[in-house]
Design a binder for this molecule. Sequence first.
Ligand code: ADP
Ligand code: MG
Length: 349
Amino acid sequence: MKKRFLIGIFMILLVFNVTGCGANQQNDNVNVEDTVSKDGFLLGTYVVVKMYDSDNEEILNKVFDRLKEIEDRMSINIDKSDVSEINNNAGIKSVRVHDDVYFVLRKAKEYAEITDGAFEPTIGPLVKLWGIGSKDEKIPTQPEINDSLAQVDYNKLKLLDDNMVFLEDEQMILDLGGIAKGYAADEAKRILLENGVNSAIIDLGGNVYAVGSKPDGSPWRIAIQSPFETRGNHVGVMPESDISIVSSGDYERYFEENNKRYHHIIDSNTGYPAWNNIAGVSVLSKDSIDGDALSTALFVLGVEKGLRLVEKLEDIDVIYITKDNKIYISSQLKEKFELADEELELIIP
Ligand code: ADP
Ligand code: MG
């Protein structure tokens, strides 16, 4: 029996009184009626931007125009995007891309190197083969997986002078699905700040940026929602300002067959969805592009390797929730993380 799910039933993150999920509201002096917001479907996800200290809708239009521009350049599903041009010319010739695409590619390659391929921007052939979330989703055969695996290698993504980009083998496919939303959140934040907005929430389906602070100047209270369906509410809360929170998990896009969950984050070592005991992972960072690449990578790496990596990185924090009811937080969060779910055992390295 095959069960199929698109985008999961819950999001892992809430910002109190901002995403307005009834049960999670806390009285934090944000008057929701004062907010001006805009939403829409972009970059394959539901996007909401809410401003708390401005009612100038023109600013929101500028933000959404920029998000659309990013989608038009980076989406694999848009024929004339820079990413599609790179893919269509794989093994043939290099292609000149816009500055922002080149910037994201540099970051993608950097994270591929830092994570030893756990973040893998050339994962495309495997994403296509599995088709998770599409009408063609299926469990491939081992020979098919081996074939696709042979086409995945970030070392063959060449970033040349003058914004020229080249994939060395014809069958290679670049896929920025694990990093573009983070960049988009950063750009949305930049535009808000440039227009004098200092209290806002940007939400790109699990990629959240809490801009500035609450309108009264106090920090946002960032809540990490429980990834366990049977329990409502949140697992913990942190006071934070100017912070990106990106969550990844196997609950977002998947199908189930024979009691196994086949989901959308692929392990480039095995060619299969990354299987582990993680119920959800959230990454806190100043720039959302870092959090996005890392949340995908930290899910693939698992708790032990992931925590070790995060402790070496500057200004990056992580919260792992495992299926056996443990919550691991990086050491910098020790002072500010307030555990809210008594069924979880808190572990700090
Ligand atoms: P989401 O917000 O949908 O969970 P993620 O940031 O977790 O997105 O990234 C998942 C997407 O990234 C997949 O849909 C796919 O396009 C791409 N992807 C899958 N596996 C990897 C990987 N190991 N490294 C980089 N990108 C990946
Ligand atoms: Mg990601």
